[in-house]
Design a protein around this ligand. Structure first.
Ligand code: FAD
Length: 160
């Protein structure tokens, strides 16, 4: 996406022309989470790492220099004993809570919602559109074009 239109009550107030920025990548890359996950999962598979889904880490106990991680899934509960645990479990991280690590920074008071939709709209789909009012912001970004380019862009960032 090369331009972002800032709109209010249907009118364009300003257009941010990302394609005129002096940068190596003068655009905004919009890619669905599903595509990102597919690319990263394929990169992991090439390195013989398998992503297991449907398993929740529920507890961590440190004992004898090892972490005992409690896991729950549809097939029951198990404990994995590991020397290292990497917590990549998001903003409400169980791992962070279990280790008593505080959350730095601030959080939004309001929930943010994200939808992937097919829209029938007269808006130019090559642009992004921010619709703002005093209390609300709706951002429409399209990922309908340049999917190949987007994949190639992300691939460059996968450590190899
Ligand atoms: C609406 C919205 C729009 C955003 N837009 C942008 C944007 O345009 N650009 C940008 O840079 N950032 C954006 N962000 C922020 C970005 O999504 C987050 O910063 C990023 O996803 C954080 O990545 P993460 O891997 O730390 O956590 P997450 O992406 O939240 O991943 C955590 C994963 O851990 C799993 N998990 C959680 N708890 C457990 C558990 N106990 N056991 C097992 N698995 C667990 C979750 O299911 C999830 O898969 C946006 C966020 C939102 C909500």
């Amino acid at each position: 996406m090369e331009r972002l239109n800032l709109r209010r009550r249907g009118e364009i107030l300003e257009t941010l022309r990302l394609n005129e920025v002096d940068a190596d990548y003068p655009f905004m890359l919009v890619q669905s989470q599903a595509d990102s996950e597919r690319i990263l999962e394929a990169a992991l598979a090439e390195r013989d790492v398998v992503v297991e889904r449907g398993i929740e880490a529920t507890s961590i106990r440190i004992e004898g220099g090892f972490a005992h991680v409690g896991l729950t899934s549809a097939s029951g509960e198990e404990t994995v004993i590991a020397r290292t645990v990497l917590g990549a479990d998001g903003a409400h991280s169980m791992v962070r809570h279990a280790l008593g690590v505080s959350f730095h920074g601030t959080a939004y008071k309001e929930p943010w919602r994200l939808w992937d939709l097919e829209l029938d709209t007269p808006l130019d789909h090559k642009d992004g559109h921010n619709h703002g009012s005093r209390n609300e912001l709706l951002r429409l970004l399209t990922s309908s074009t340049g999917v190949e380019t987007a994949e190639n862009g992300i691939r460059n960032f996968v450590p190899g």
